[in-house]
Ligand binder design. Structure first.
Ligand SMILES: [Zn+2]
Length: 316
């Protein structure tokens, strides 16, 4: 049997057909025009199901399930996308809108960050774990929790918002309107903001030189690369980042005592340069003398597709 997973982003849909070993044997990546509503997206997904199964020369009877990961909140029964601001979706019954095309194949919906945690459980850093936490460090901070070997969707079905747990009481303003969230400190965007400040304030810094004096050229990677080269200004930014992320990770460890914490997203690509000081930072703050491993996430850009394909297994 095969499974299909979709990762619906703001302007792009990633689709994959997975075999029983959870290898993606067929994949598609299609841009779509936003704002046309659920029925339109469902029709695009349905066409992608036909493309994927056709390319593999299989019929719908050989599909065990179809899963869809979306960047938004899902109702507790998994029927509606309650809010997905990137998609302009509000109370969209996407599950049934897709189900009508394939009445005989079970269809599932999930939040994309939760699905990513599920992908790590079945084909990544959480293999064999009962309790694990995924944090993705991109333009925002997303994440998911595995509890008792299942994706944890919150006690009231609201899911989890690790990025909006509070790191600093009355701290920096977050995109959600609250002060001091993890997301205000632990994103790639934070590096960009600090790097831009450095371009203005420190014309002798490597950040200024590498960005050729323009704030527009500053990326998180540029700041991290300057830190790796030993630039003092960039190292100071990097150290402050590690300290903030270390506090966020420490809270996760103290609350859940997970076997593994995996970090994904652009910032995690800094590799050992990030992970080694981060582990040391957590070690200094955490309550427990022995705690779980802190490692890179493994499923990368396929996290949403793989996780979505595993939603039926998670529901069993
Ligand atoms: Zn927030």
């Amino acid at each position: 049997m095969f499974r299909i997973g979709f990762d619906v982003g703001g302007t792009n849909i990633a689709a994959g057909l997975l075999n029983e070993s959870l290898d993606i044997v067929q994949r598609r990546n299609v841009p779509f025009s936003n704002g046309k509503g659920g029925e339109y997206i469902a029709s695009v997904l349905a066409q992608l199901v036909r493309d994927l199964t056709g390319a593999q020369c299989i019929g719908a009877k050989e599909l065990e399930c179809i899963g869809v990961a979306v960047p938004g909140s899902i109702d507790r029964r998994g029927e509606f996308v309650i809010d997905a601001y990137n998609l302009q979706f509000h109370n969209v019954p996407l599950r049934s809108q897709l189900q009508v095309y394939f009445p005989e194949v079970p269809v599932f919906l999930a939040n994309d960050a939760n699905a990513a945690a599920l992908a790590e459980l079945h084909k990544g850093a959480f293999a064999g774990c009962k309790t694990a936490v995924l944090m993705t460090l991109g333009t925002g901070v997303g994440g998911g929790i595995i509890l008792n070997g299942k994706m944890f969707n919150g006690g009231n079905g609201n899911g989890v918002e690790l990025g909006h747990s509070i790191l600093s009481h009355n701290g920096e303003l977050c995109s959600c309107g609250v002060h001091g969230c993890v997301e205000a400190y632990c994103t790639a965007s934070w590096f960009v903001r600090q790097g831009r400040k450095a371009v203005v304030e420190y014309k002798n810094s490597m950040i200024y030189t590498s960005a050729r004096g323009s704030m527009d050229n500053v990326t998180a990677k540029l700041v991290v690369d300057c830190a790796k080269e030993g630039d003092h200004i960039a190292l100071d930014i990097f150290d402050r980042y590690v300290d903030a992320l270390g506090s966020a990770v420490t809270s996760m460890v103290n609350i859940l005592d997970p076997e593994v914490i995996a970090l994904g997203g652009g910032v995690s690509l800094a590799g050992d340069f990030l992970f080694e000081p981060l582990r040391e930072n957590v070690r200094k703050k955490v309550f427990f003398p022995a705690f779980g491993r802190i490692v890179p996430a493994q499923t990368g850009n396929d996290a949403g597709v793989i996780g979505a394909a595993m939603l039926k297994v998670n529901a069993e």
